[in-house]
Design a protein around this ligand. Structure first.
Ligand SMILES: Nc1ncnc2c1ncn2[C@@H]1O[C@H](COP(=O)(O)OP(=O)(O)OP(=O)(O)O)[C@@H](O)[C@H]1O
Length: 388
């Protein structure tokens, strides 16, 4: 780490900010479909409800993992947060400022703070440019002057991400998938962003290369003080990198919490079923009890009430089909499963049936989230726990 990057992380840590880095509320993205005149006249809403009312926070220097089955809206949400898509509804607050409708120079400046890394770096790297030119471009676009000069800064960025100076004049197709992802990371890092939205950044890579990229992202987080929204369908990868996890289903966040809580003590039936769908690799490799079955309903016509009720193993009838549950803050779960069920910041003892009912009907947000997301020092305080 250069002294320059060390000071970036130190400067970010020293700021007395208490609000989350990113706080989005009531976010919706409804894609219109080509409906006929009659549908439009009778007001039949055939839009794709890709994101359907999401509240989400990302804290300073933290990694929030975003998981859920294919088509649940992860990419759409990531694109809204990075302002690549306009939200249909909702408010996006970044560092306490409303960025929902930024345009022109203000939006260009925001792009410096929020960068995106894509799953397929080949399609996001210009094939006609050398990788050196690709990494240099954001420095020139944003008029970023560095002490050592642009070319030397590009060399330094290459070294930061594990590439060599001799790679500078090669083209993207001359690299392996892992190396291309490193180029994508160097390009994002060039502008020293505060938040990187990483959309399935390792999904296309071999397992050993995945681990290298994850370790690289963690190291850069420590050096530069970056936050990540890490989108992935692979729950094992998310577990390794995330401080907190948000679980998404059919355009909604249905549970968020510290990684250890989500994986060790999931409360929502969907989270439990999703985790049960990972083969038990420490056992005999078989599926666990009650894995997910079926496929999600269409986001054009999501079910009334709890969107998961059509597949929920804990479905209890009419109540699940009533009003759509709200994400609720609940006390941190400390007991073993079934002994306690948190409700509205209180912990009360309930029987198993009541527990299932509550878990089915209330979407859960551990109150520990809020402490963490509002505390810029939380990562340092909790870092040791996460590494064990
Ligand atoms: N531009 C679009 N127009 C219409 N529908 C869209 C558009 N983009 C996404 N969708 C739909 O919105 C829903 C959410 O898609 P999205 O790609 O955000 O999900 P995802 O969780 O990222 O899925 P995956 O893991 O497969 O990438 C899907 O039903 C998808 O078909």
């Amino acid at each position: 780490m250069s002294s320059e990057t060390a000071s970036i992380a130190e400067e970010k840590r020293g700021r007395p900010e208490r609000e989350p880095l990113f706080h989005a509320t009531g976010v919706k993205k409804h894609f219109s479909t080509d409906t006929g005149l009659i549908d439009r006249l009778v007001g039949d809403d055939k839009s794709v409800k890709a994101v359907d009312g999401v509240d989400i926070m990302v804290g300073h220097e933290e990694t929030l993992g975003l998981v859920g089955e294919s088509g649940c809206g992860k990419t759409t949400l990531g694109r809204i947060l990075s302002r690549l898509y306009e939200p249909t509804n909702g408010t996006l607050m970044f560092e306490g400022k409303d960025i929902t409708t930024l345009e022109g120079k203000a939006l260009k400046d925001l792009r410096k703070d929020i960068q995106v890394i894509f799953q397929d770096p080949l399609s996001s790297l210009n094939p006609r440019k050398t990788v050196g030119e690709i990494v240099e471009k954001p420095l020139t676009v944003h008029n970023i002057e560095t002490e050592q000069g642009t070319r030397e800064r590009v060399v330094e960025l290459f070294e930061e991400v594990g590439l060599r100076k001799s790679h500078l004049d090669r083209y993207p197709h001359e690299f392996s998938g892992g190396q291309r992802q490193r180029v994508g990371i160097a390009r994002a890092l060039a502008v020293e962003p505060k938040l990187i939205i990483a959309d399935e950044p390792v999904s296309a890579l071999d397992v050993s290369v995945q681990a290298q990229i994850i370790n690289l992202l963690k190291r850069l987080q420590n050096e530069y003080g970056i936050s990540y929204l890490f989108i992935a369908h692979d729950l094992s990868v998310v577990k390794h990198i995330s401080d907190r996890v948000a679980v998404m289903y059919l355009g909604n966040i249905i549970e968020t919490g510290l990684t250890a809580d989500i994986y060790g003590n999931p409360q929502h039936p969907y989270t439990r079923a999703l985790l049960n769908s990972i083969p038990d690799l420490e056992g005999d490799g078989s599926m666990r009890k009650n894995p997910l079955s079926g496929t999600p309903p269409s986001p054009i016509d999501p079910p009334e009430g709890c969107p998961f009720h059509t597949r929920c193993p804990e479905y209890i009838g009419g109540e699940c089909e009533g009003s759509k549950p709200e994400l609720q803050s609940v006390a941190h779960v400390t007991g073993s499963i079934g002994q306690t069920m948190p409700t509205d910041n209180e912990t009360e003892v309930v029987d198993d049936e009541h527990r299932s009912h509550l878990a089915s009907c209330h979407w859960l947000e551990y109150s520990a989230d809020k402490r963490r997301a509002q505390d810029p020092y939380a990562r340092e305080n909790n870092g040791a726990e996460n590494e064990s």
